[in-house]
Design a protein around this ligand. Structure first.
Ligand code: GTP
Ligand code: MG
Length: 339
């Protein structure tokens, strides 16, 4: 069968470290090409070994520069590194974006590094799906660490952060209102904070703003928040089994603080493994993926069975208040859905 051949034709070289096969496999899953599900099925048994690090933060905080520097730090320890730059604002994909290409030129010739950009083609949900599948491909290809750069902290970024084992939130001074910059939602997803551009005025202010927010924020699942005024808890693994996210100052352009940041990522990884949270995160990830695939598939199957224009017609009826949406869904399911 042609399908089988094109899948096995990619799987073996990919597992053997062939970069062209890797690039093609990522394109296939990104495009959801005809063979992509068979490809992912063949690769899946080889996944589950990479440590996935999400790097997120506001535009221009220095995420790409930091990812570049982190990759060099990991390479210095002999680890291989995959990099995915997710850009929800760009319609371009495949290969690195121009700016990143310039910054990452020093990594480009290194066979232990693979860089790829992903962009939206249609929905943000589709981007999260494509990114998750690209992660599986890089994981199967055997990269020790995978760094995923995402901009901002919208729902898509939170979805992508949910796919990471360790999430680094990058802040930088001079973004105006600190509280505005340190958006709600960030405290919940951050495992490590990087205050980048520490060579600029205001870095200490950003550090303090973060420390204060850590002290003031209510305790959240898995994260330890010392009550304000209770002195300084040491960051990292706590006696009660929780994790207090460390705050690391970095100057990504000069590589300063990057070794410390890489060290905290490794410590977080060890913490996840030692506390059993790694397998819990893996299960949560699997449940999330399953949920998405099931939804997409069920909706697609059902839509296929409906007569042409049916959904638009009933939407009109709902809009004219002839029916309510719940009754319409009941009717659709009993007529076209499961018995
Ligand atoms: N002064 C200073 N500039 C930095 C530092 N890190 C990065 N920059 C500069 O900040 C600018 C933005 O850096 P990027 O790495 O592109 O930031 P980014 O967060 O990836 O940007 P987007 O992907 O566009 O959101 C570049 O001009 C960098 O050279 C730093 O530590 N100090
Ligand atoms: Mg960037």
């Amino acid at each position: 069968m042609a399908t089988q051949d094109s899948v096995t034709g990619l799987v073996e070289p990919l597992l053997a470290g062939n970069r062209r096969a890797l690039a093609r496999a990522i394109s296939q899953v990104e495009d959801e090409a005809a063979d992509s599900h068979a490809l992912l099925a063949a690769l899946y048994p080889h996944t589950g070994r990479s440590h996935i690090v999400g790097v997120t933060g506001a535009p221009g905080t220095g995420k790409s520069t930091l990812v570049n520097a982190l990759a060099r730090a990991f390479r210095g320890e002999g680890k291989t590194v995959g990099i995915i730059a997710v850009d929800p604002t760009s319609p371009f994909s495949g290969g690195a974006l121009l700016g990143d290409r310039v910054r990452m030129r020093d990594l480009a010739g290194d066979p232990g590094v693979f860089i790829r950009s992903m962009a939206t083609r249609g929905s943000l949900g589709g981007l999260a799906r494509a990114t998750g599948d690209a992660l599986s491909v890089l994981d199967a290809a055997g990269f020790d660490r995978i760094l995923v750069e995402t901009v901002g902290v919208g729902q898509a970024e939170i979805d992508i952060a949910a796919a990471a084992h360790t999430t680094v939130v990058v802040e930088a001074p001079g973004l105006g209102d600190e509280v505005q910059a340190i958006k709600a939602g960030v405290l919940e997803i951050a495992d490590v904070f990087a205050v980048n551009k520490a060579d600029r005025d205001g870095a200490d202010h950003t550090m303090m703003a973060l420390q204060m927010m850590q002290g003031l924020a209510p305790a959240t699942q898995g994260h330890h928040r010392p009550a304000s005024g209770h002195g300084h808890a040491e960051p990292g693994a706590q006696g009660d089994g929780s994790w207090l996210p460390p705050i690391v100052k970095t100057v990504a352009v000069r590589g300063e603080g990057v070794a410390q940041l890489a060290g905290w990522i490794e410590r977080h990884r060890e913490y996840l493994a030692a506390t059993g949270q790694l397998s819990r995160r893996e299960e949560a990830r699997a449940a999330n993926t399953l949920d998405h695939i099931l939804r997409d598939r069920l909706l697609a199957e059902l839509t296929q069975r409906l007569p042409d224009g049916y959904l638009r017609q009933v939407a009109g009826e709902i809009a004219r208040r002839e029916h309510d949406p719940y009754s319409v869904v009941d009717r659709i399911l009993s007529a076209y859905g499961c018995p």
